[in-house]
Design a protein around this ligand. Structure first.
Ligand code: C5P
Length: 230
């Protein structure tokens, strides 16, 4: 593997991964891979092309041909997701789209087609990779692997708050059930299930606020990556 550093941040939804990855990308001025966004865009494209979520051949082909662009701010954080020339940044953030993504994510042809696309983000000066299998499959030789967890209850509450802030209506109980179902599917699938890499540092964020998590992770990063900006 090249000596360009990679920091992987894996874990289920609602653990603070997105916030932490954006912070790290901004701080380090590194590239940012939001791999979940890729699966979400694919789910949206499949819907657009009326492809059933069990049509492995068509989904694999679509994943290979996906015309998606990730526009990033100079500092590295994700600004816009563009599918076939159309901005879909907000459209892919719904719970329905997250759920649709997790239904096609177990398919081998899909994961295989998205692998090279994800590895292409590995460029100087470094990469922050956010997902489920970043440390286990996509970047097994990463410089630092972090795995975030939090209780299902806390994650549902955070997600609820996030949706409310965006003006999207949600029901906590339904949200909790949907999150539990998606986690179960993500962690029990045969290929690239959600799990910490053996050499990952696991951080339970249930009782920590975001500043505490950031302080903890920044310390780990400083320890692993020499010569960083303050
Ligand atoms: O992280 P996010 O909620 O955007 O991911 C949506 C879905 O995409 C996940 O529930 C999971 O099924 C799938 N995914 C995956 N592998 C990744 C990232 C996301 O299977 N590396």
């Amino acid at each position: 593997m090249s000596d360009i550093p990679v920091i992987t941040v894996d874990g289920p939804s609602g653990t603070g991964k997105g916030t932490i990855c954006s912070y790290l990308a901004d701080w380090l001025h590194w590239h940012f891979l939001d791999s979940g966004a890729l699966y979400r865009v694919l789910a949206l494209a499949a819907e657009k092309h009326h492809i059933a979520n069990d049509d492995e051949v068509a989904l694999g082909r679509l994943a290979g041909d996906l015309n998606v662009e990730f526009k990033v701010a100079e500092a590295g954080s994700l600004v816009e997701v563009v599918l076939d020339g159309q901005v879909v940044t907000d459209q892919i953030r719904t719970e329905t789209c997250g759920n649709a993504a997790s239904l096609i994510a177990p398919i081998a042809s899909v994961r295989q087609a998205l692998l090279a696309r994800q590895r292409a983000f590995h460029q100087a000066p470094g990469l922050i990779a956010d997902g489920r299998d970043m440390g286990t499959v996509v970047f097994p030789e990463a410089t630092l692997k972090i795995y975030l967890t939090a209780s299902a209850e806390e994650r549902a509450k955070r997600r609820y708050k996030q949706l409310k802030e965006k003006g999207i209506s949600a029901n906590l109980r339904d949200l909790s059930a949907a999150i539990a179902e998606r986690d179960e599917r993500d962690s029990t699938r045969a290929i690239s299930p959600l799990k910490p890499a053996e050499d990952a540092i696991v951080i339970d964020t249930s009782l920590l606020d975001i500043d505490a998590v950031l302080a903890n992770i920044s310390e780990l990063v400083r320890h692993k990556v020499p010569g960083l900006p303050k």
